[in-house]
Design a protein around this ligand. Structure first.
Ligand SMILES: Cc1cc2nc3c(=O)[nH]c(=O)nc-3n(C[C@H](O)[C@H](O)[C@H](O)COP(=O)(O)O)c2cc1C
Length: 353
């Protein structure tokens, strides 16, 4: 197809992506004990590269052994054994012609103490989400307001995890600043009521994100990718917008040494809370950085439409559930829009095709 935007190349730092499609980060909860994902979960990433995705994101990898974990069975990438486990996967993704990016996060107030080795829950302020933890049915505990020591300790976890990913050979690193997890706890005045230099003004609330990006970039070579993910919604208290009237985070991110912003939405075409524009459009107008978008992009028409305001589309549910999704898009096949419940298969033991 002439001028097929979806299958046209795109230059991202030193990489030339073969098309505009990526596998979105997806937590799989398959790593009990050793924090290394189950083999079929790792192989899934390679298979999606084999089907033609140009970018493959890992699940959100937790950044420390103290308070970062939000779900049972999450992965880490800090120890020699963990690094060795990822090496062949990263290499296989490269052999398939795709770029691999490790996403990392600290879940902040979304943690539950039972699953963190040090039993701690920390956040910008001592405010828990209103909603109960859907996995335990219990209220989330009130987090400890982070001390300056905690802030420095958490930043070290991000840096060490990035070092682990670079040692494993990853082409890029993503800092997860979305969905109401720790970085989002600082950015949003809904969850950040601090009175020090990390709270109050937009600049102060942004400081934690800035310090993480700056510290992580020191260990990510200039020719590898560093991306940052944002959203205007969180996995708890979803009715609250975490995006405050002006695109200030996007403007501040534009000044950072990052290679792209990834915008996570539930529906790429939906208007952002309280605005008459989509998150992609708002972000496009606020920054010259390359942009990734996801949320209910499920067929050729939605992919082409989403690419009007972004450079790369990411798919979670469609690419999870359909091993031939990239090929099906190429052939303009009629495809279903999946519901969130359909994706629960991500957490079962059954290997996905
Ligand atoms: C099973 C599953 C796990 C997810 N885990 C993560 C994650 O670890 N990190 C993240 O940033 N987003 C995660 N998401 C959100 C997706 O990356 C994406 O933003 C969202 O599902 C919307 O895209 P979709 O409509 O293509 O599914 C997850 C989504 C699903 C379905």
């Amino acid at each position: 197809m002439a001028n097929d935007i979806i299958f046209s190349p795109f230059k991202l730092n030193s990489f030339t992506l073969k098309n505009r499609i990526g596998v979105a980060p997806m937590t799989r909860m398959s790593s009990p004990g050793d924090s290394i994902p189950r083999k079929d979960v790792l192989d899934f990433l390679v298979r999606r590269a084999g089907n033609g995705a140009a970018i493959v994101y890992t699940e959100a990898i937790v950044t420390d052994y103290e308070s970062a974990q939000g779900y049972p069975g999450q992965a880490r990438l800090i120890t020699r054994r963990q690094i060795e486990a990822w090496k062949p996967i990263v290499e296989a993704i490269r052999q398939e012609g795709a770029v691999s990016i490790m996403q990392m996060f600290h879940c902040g107030r979304m943690a539950w103490p039972q699953i963190n080795p040090a039993n701690r829950v920390i956040a910008a302020s001592a405010i828990s989400p209103k909603q109960k933890n859907p996995l335990t049915g219990e209220p989330y505990p009130v987090p400890d307001e982070m001390s300056i020591f905690d802030i420095e300790h958490v930043i070290t976890g991000f840096v060490e995890t990035a070092r682990g990913a670079i040692a494993a050979g990853f082409d890029g690193i993503e800092v997860h600043g979305a969905h109401g997890y720790l970085i989002n706890n600082f950015l949003s005045s809904y969850s950040n009521r601090r009175n020090d230099e990390y709270g109050g003004s937009v600049e102060n609330r942004y400081r934690f994100a800035h310090e993480i990006i700056q510290a992580v970039r020191q260990v990510v070579p200039p020719d590898r990718l560093l991306t940052f993910r944002i959203s205007n919604w969180g996995v708890a208290d979803m009715e609250v917008s975490l995006f405050e009237d002006k695109p200030e985070w996007q403007q501040m991110l534009s000044k950072e040494p990052i290679d792209a912003i990834s915008v996570s939405t539930y529906d790429y075409s939906a208007k952002a809370f309280g605005t008459d524009q989509t998150m992609a459009r708002i972000t496009r107008d606020a920054t010259d950085l390359p942009l990734m978008i996801c949320g209910q992009i499920y067929d050729r028409a939605t992919a082409e439409d989403a690419l009007k305001d972004a450079d790369i589309i990411l798919s979670a549910k469609s690419i999870l559930l359909n091993p031939n999704w990239v090929d099906d898009i190429r052939r303009s096949k009629e495809l279903p829009l999946h519901k969130s419940e359909d994706a629960n298969v991500a957490y079962t033991d059954e290997p996905l095709p």
